[in-house]
Design a binder for this molecule. Structure first.
Ligand SMILES: Nc1ncnc2c1ncn2[C@@H]1O[C@H](COP(=O)(O)OP(=O)(O)OP(=O)(O)O)[C@@H](O)[C@H]1O
Length: 506
């Protein structure tokens, strides 16, 4: 666990800044659940202003303030941009709170610390998941342009975000998009000489250089994630949904081709390249795979999902791409429709409730059938043949086949609301935005269940075409997601406390 001593904090503004109590706010509703703890929609009692309160989880931090929170606060204090979430202040609670479970160390009087943010009505994942949601081309351009503008600002200010994904892109009902969750962000120097941890960025959005173990990197890592988001918006579903690191790399190789010294000079020197060295060469087929995308979108995507980070397009150049300057132009954010608030946490909860409801009705149906089959034979006459057949080959869900591996709900098949029409012409050929993993504890788009940063077994079970043989793909004796100092004692740094990773490189 990484702890900073108070004198190392160097956040002198914070004591004065954190002088108000959380009692100045009335919590209205929980809207998020992340590594840090809960996020609430709240009202400031004095002014009536609606804000978001993000509670800093302290349960693992017996001796101090979590370093990730310090980072997030420090970085957000220096970033001021319309496409970056605004941290308004820090507030505290002095005693135990109603909604707080008892402290494991028995310290009843431990207080809580909250970050107060401007409130945003949606996150991109929650919004995309709304039943019947359709993003127009102009809307996608509008969101993409804001995402790139915010990120360009961060990069110019030498900040890497390192966790770009849908649930960290917040959107308000004025159509404004802002980058949020700077808990993994850090400053960088332009020479990229410092050693940084490669265990950042949620798996599905993680670039190949990090998966191959590089510790010297720069803004290009965020641009890969942007490419994944862009493709996902056009495609209607995540494009590289790997379940562990080897599979993640293989999914990338399968579409972007296998790396070689010719297309990516220096790749063979990256620490784990030899462990992942492709057993056969796969040609890049990104353009064929996404041939249904419009030409300018495809040109831009191709430049974002470039394997070699030094050739990957920057945020600044991406903003100049033809895509943003051809019809339909990005729309004015204010012209976008207003939606009822939708955060990933809430849409997930609704899906869970829906699933519960479906399971209950299934159970009732089964009970009903059982009761029927217990009826005296005389009453069964006339149905006997049919009932016998039902008994021999019971249809699941009223006749619909169960989807293998999917626990009896909609994730494995398109919900009625999520049809091809949700996405603009030229996008989403499959019409299914519901990723099979999502919501099953290993899903990949959001907070908890997101394919985790280093959560997957380090010695994966990849079965992808181009990768080195399955099995122990990572270096023996130094598994990248296991026993290095970064994740000491755990191969699962992100599923528990992400502060752990800061023991090592940053
Ligand atoms: N300012 C805000 N306004 C509205 N909703 C917010 C705000 N900040 C966060 N949220 C909601 O809470 C969720 C979690 O927030 P955030 O990502 O900052 O927390 P985290 O603990 O760092 O999560 P993670 O574990 O995913 O990194 C977001 O996906 C979003 O839905």
């Amino acid at each position: 666990m990484a702890i900073a001593a108070p004198e190392q904090l160097n956040i002198t503004e914070i004591p004065a800044w954190g002088s108000r109590s959380v009692d100045c706010f009335e919590k209205l509703e929980q809207i998020g659940e992340g590594t840090y703890g809960q996020v609430y929609m709240a009202r400031e009692i004095k002014t009536g202003e609606i804000v978001a309160l993000k509670k800093i989880r302290m349960d693992n931090e017996r001796e101090g303030f979590p370093i990730t929170a310090i980072r997030e606060i420090k970085i957000l204090k220096k970033l001021h941009h319309e496409n970056v979430i605004k941290l308004k202040e820090i507030v505290t609670s002095t005693g135990p709170e109603k909604d707080e479970p008892p402290a494991p160390d028995g310290n009843k009087y431990r207080g809580g610390i909250y970050m107060v943010f401007e409130y945003m009505d949606h996150d991109l994942t929650g919004l995309a998941d709304r039943p019947g949601m359709r993003f127009s081309v102009a809307q996608i351009k509008c969101y993409m342009r804001q995402l790139l503008t915010g990120l360009h600002y961060c990069h110019v200010n030498q900040v890497l975000h390192r966790d770009i994904k849908g649930s960290n892109l917040l959107i308000d009902n004025e159509g404004n998009l802002k980058l949020a969750d700077f808990g993994l962000a850090r400053s960088f120097s332009s020479d990229h000489n410092a050693n940084l941890t490669n265990r950042v960025i949620t798996l599905w959005y993680r670039p190949p250089e990090l998966l191959l173990g590089t510790t010297k990197y720069g803004p290009a890592v965020d641009m890969w994630s942007v490419g994944c988001i862009f493709a996902e918006l056009l495609n209607g579903k995540p494009v590289f949904p790997g379940k562990d690191e080897p599979e993640q790399l293989n999914k990338i190789f399968d579409i972007c081709g296998t790396p070689s010294e010719e297309i990516w000079p220096g790749v063979s020197k990256i620490p784990w390249y030899n462990n992942f060295k492709p057993s056969r060469v796969i040609k890049r087929r990104l353009r064929e795979h996404f041939r249904h995308f419009d030409r300018h979108a495809l040109d831009l995507l191709d430049k974002m999902l470039t394997l070699d980070p030094s050739q990957r397009i920057s945020a600044k150049d991406a903003l100049d791409a033809e895509y943003f300057w051809t019809d339909p132009l990005p729309c004015d954010p204010k012209s976008l429709p207003k939606y009822e608030s939708s955060h990933e946490f809430q849409t997930k909860k609704k899906r869970q409730q829906q699933r519960q409801h479906e399971e209950n009705s299934k159970r009732q149906k089964q009970q009903h059938n059982q009761q029927h089959s217990r009826l005296p034979p005389i009453q069964q006459s006339g149905h006997a043949h049919a009932q016998m057949r039902v008994g021999q080959n019971p249809p699941a869900h009223g006749g619909q086949p169960q989807v293998a591996g999917v626990p009896g709900h909609h994730y494995g098949k398109p919900r009625p609301s999520a049809g091809p029409g949700r996405y603009p012409p030229g996008g989403n050929p499959s019409g299914n935005y519901n990723h099979p993993n999502r919501g099953q504890g290993s899903g990949g788009y959001g907070t908890g269940p997101c394919p985790p940063q280093g959560r997957a077994p380090p010695y994966g079970s990849s079965s992808m075409p181009g990768a080195a043989p399955r099995g122990p793909n990572y270096p023996h004796g130094a598994p990248p997601y296991g026993t290095s100092a970064a994740g000491r004692g755990s191969s699962n740094i992100m599923s528990g406390n992400r502060n752990q990773q800061y023991n090592w490189q940053q």
